[in-house]
Design a protein around this ligand. Structure first.
Ligand code: OGA
Ligand code: MN
Length: 296
């Protein structure tokens, strides 16, 4: 089998969202194959692997080629509620007993934050590099995941706005992002674990050299700016950055694995019938350093 990568939508998005063929993720991969996938990520920022019927161990083994993994501890499930291993994030509407969570289940309401455009773990001092999301059970309709290309968003800013963004630092917190949905009751422990962290607004991708906007639903302040002005500006940037022309929509099939680069991308979950099961498993590769410690 030879590895090939082609754009999913060649006319509309020639360098965003690639489809990978010629690989079976149930088998170990060589360092050379991992490097080819890394190069594909540098170009396309989202890669789609169809028909990969893998288990968590196989997903973990593949993910580890790209760096150290994050612990999946950013949600509000208690350790005794968890269904999956500590490095596998449970992106499902199921509880510990594999039943659909009730409509007002606090863990479900927290997870609806994934419907806001965001970058994974931008609320952690060192945010995420790659996320790898694998589809296990998919509802009959809806429940797409959308990806917005923050490189294209940056490239298409007007000169004046690009200059305004250049040296800005935003504060990111899950307390803020969930708060915009009206989720505002936190335990002392959750508050303590979710203090805002600073992140650069403009990043330079080490693999491609391209600059991008590091936006996320978690960004609720700009350091040194009055709050209303900061929030109005961030809203404006988000509106610009999530125009349809920068967006790729993943329509899931069971067995799809989608890998994306959180350093230059936002994504969000779309609505589906909450009476149906939707189950995906996510592994997350950590970035190497806080964004302020990285070259601009
Ligand atoms: C995630 C996420 C979106 C979705 O797994 O990080 O935001 O569609 N998921 O479930
Ligand atoms: Mn996410």
């Amino acid at each position: 089998m030879t590895l090939t990568i082609r754009p999913a939508e060649p006319e509309r998005l020639p360098d965003f969202a690639g489809v990978v063929d010629g690989i079976d993720l149930r088998e170990p991969i060589s360092a050379q194959t991992a490097a080819a996938i890394g190069a594909g990520m540098d170009k396309f920022a989202v890669l789609i692997f169809h028909d990969q019927h893998i288990n968590d161990e196989q997903q973990l083994a593949f993910s580890r080629h790209f760096g150290p993994l994050e612990q999946a501890n950013a949600d509000i499930r208690r350790p005794e509620d968890r269904r999956l291993a500590s490095e596998v994030a449970d992106i499902s509407n199921l509880n510990r007993n594999n039943e659909i969570m009730s409509r007002d289940d606090r863990r479900r309401l927290f997870s609806l934050g994934n419907m806001l455009w965001h970058s994974d773990s931008s609320f952690k001092p060192t945010p995420a590099k790659y996320s790898l999301l694998h589809a296990r059970i998919i509802p009959g309709k809806g429940g797409n995941t959308e990806f917005a290309d923050m490189r294209a968003a940056y490239d298409n800013l007007d000169d004046e706005t690009r200059e305004m963004c250049r040296d800005l630092v935003c504060m990111h917190s899950q307390i803020y992002s969930r708060g915009t949905l009206g989720f505002s009751e936190w335990t002392e422990d959750e508050l303590a674990r979710n203090q805002p962290v600073p992140q650069r607004l403009v990043r330079r991708h080490p693999g491609s050299g391209r600059r991008s906007l590091f936006l996320s639903a978690h960004a609720g302040e700009i350091v040194g700016w009055p709050m209303p002005e900061a929030r109005a500006f961030l809203r404006d940037l988000n509106e610009h950055a999530t125009q349809r022309r920068f967006v790729f929509a993943q329509e899931w099939r069971v067995g799809d694995l989608v890998m994306w680069d959180n350093r230059c991308m936002m994504h969000r979950a779309r609505r589906y019938n909450p009476g149906e099961v939707r189950e995906l498993h996510r592994t997350t590769v950590a970035d190497s350093a806080p964004t302020l410690a990285q070259a601009a």
